[in-house]
Write a protein that binds this ligand. Structure first.
Ligand SMILES: [Zn+2]
Length: 136
């Protein structure tokens, strides 16, 4: 397993209406129940443009790295993760996590979680440099 860089080149949105900005950002290691993915490719869709335009309101954690159509491989694993191992090829979607405690989660519908985590909106997404070097 290759060592991980301290920073990686990402496409960043600093706030509503701001332009796309390509710059180096600190690499954050996965927290409990999270994995870190080395992105191989990431789609760009209309929702990313809505994020940039500010149409998602308070759901956005500014600045954000857009992109919720992610394909890559697992390069680091947080505590409590049992479903994945380093090197697994995975996909990331709009749904980036749920709290497991709200009414929706308790009724078996975590995709409707009242505190849903959204890749590329409330946590960093998959838009990164096209550089082929390891940049998780
Ligand atoms: Zn929930």
């Amino acid at each position: 397993m290759a060592s991980l860089p301290e920073k990686y080149l990402a496409c960043v949105l600093d706030g509503p209406g701001k332009p796309w900005a390509l710059r180096h950002v600190p690499l954050e290691m996965p927290q409990d129940h999270q994995v870190l993915i080395k992105v191989e490719c990431c789609g760009l869709c209309h929702t990313d443009l809505s994020t940039q335009a500010g149409h998602l309101g308070s759901k956005v954690s500014w600045p954000t790295i857009p992109g919720h159509e992610i394909v890559g491989s697992v390069v680091a694993i947080g505590q409590g993760v049992t479903q994945f191992v380093a090197g697994d090829r995975v996909g990331g979607t709009w749904h980036g996590g749920h709290d497991g405690t709200c009414r929706q989660c308790c009724e078996g519908a975590p995709q409707g979680c009242e505190n849903q985590i959204i890749n590329g909106v409330s946590k960093p997404g998959g838009c990164k440099s096209l550089n082929k070097k390891l940049q998780a």
